[in-house]
Design a binder for this molecule. Structure first.
Ligand SMILES: Nc1ncnc2c1ncn2[C@@H]1O[C@H](COP(=O)(O)OP(=O)(O)OP(=O)(O)O)[C@@H](O)[C@H]1O
Ligand SMILES: O=C(O)C1=C[C@@H](O)[C@@H](O)[C@H](O)C1
Ligand SMILES: [Mg+2]
Length: 181
């Protein structure tokens, strides 16, 4: 099985991905965690040493390897920054699920956690601009959008499982049969 979760920082990709992996007895391939495992550095460390462009190149390589393995992929929020990643994800014949929510609820989650370099280094206005810039990119790649506002991570995971059952799970190979609603 392969399912790919995309969305802004704080959308719940890691949290929901872990729940999905447990419920579906799959591995979780979290690109941020895979980067930490491979480099022994956090995204914050990497941003501080080689900058965002260096981080994006490592992330691109990690994603390319992860898409060839079975499991639930929880991507980093900035996975859509590189056109190479956008093209790779758009061509994957598997469910690509966009966890979407309001800017307000997403920011509420992010302010409780100071680990993300992009959040640390940007003002609220800059984050709002990044949000506006990124949202269409997630939407363009997704085969399905799931709204997460006022839902627990458990509810979101159950909604994804219902969607996977609905589309026939991994037997679905044709992205044209998915609905992005
Ligand atoms: N549906 C939810 N309701 C409430 N809190 C949530 C929900 N989903 C995630 N959270 C909380 O929001 C925070 C961010 O979640 P998480 O790390 O899963 O986001 P992410 O999408 O993986 O972000 P990133 O792109 O930075 O990897 C965590 O503290 C998590 O517990
Ligand atoms: O949205 C982003 O650009 C990021 C999200 C995180 O998942 C990490 O990949 C890193 O902090 C960058
Ligand atoms: Mg995450």
């Amino acid at each position: 099985m392969k399912v790919i979760l995309i969305g802004f920082m704080g959308a719940g990709k890691t949290t929901v991905g872990q729940l999905l992996a447990t419920k579906l007895m799959q591995s979780l391939l979290d690109t941020d965690q895979l980067i930490i495992d491979q480099t022994s550095q956090t995204p914050g460390d990497i941003f501080a040493t080689i900058g965002e462009n260096g981080f994006r190149e490592i992330e691109r390589q990690i994603l390319m390897a992860a898409v060839n393995k079975p499991g639930i992929i929880a991507t980093g929020g900035g996975i859509i920054e590189l056109s190479a990643n956008r093209q790779l994800l758009a061509e994957m014949p598997v469910p690509v699920i966009y966890l979407s929510g309001s800017f307000g609820q997403t920011m509420e989650r992010l302010v409780k956690d100071n680990s993300r370099p992009i959040v640390r280094n940007k003002s609220l206005l800059e984050l709002a601009q990044l949000w506006e810039d990124r949202l269409p990119k997630y939407a363009a790649i997704a085969t399905k959008t799931i709204y997460t506002d006022n839902k627990s991570a458990e509810q979101v995971a159950n909604e994804i499982i219902a969607y996977l059952k609905d589309i026939g799970d991994e037997t679905v190979r044709n992205r044209g049969s998915h609905s992005n609603s």
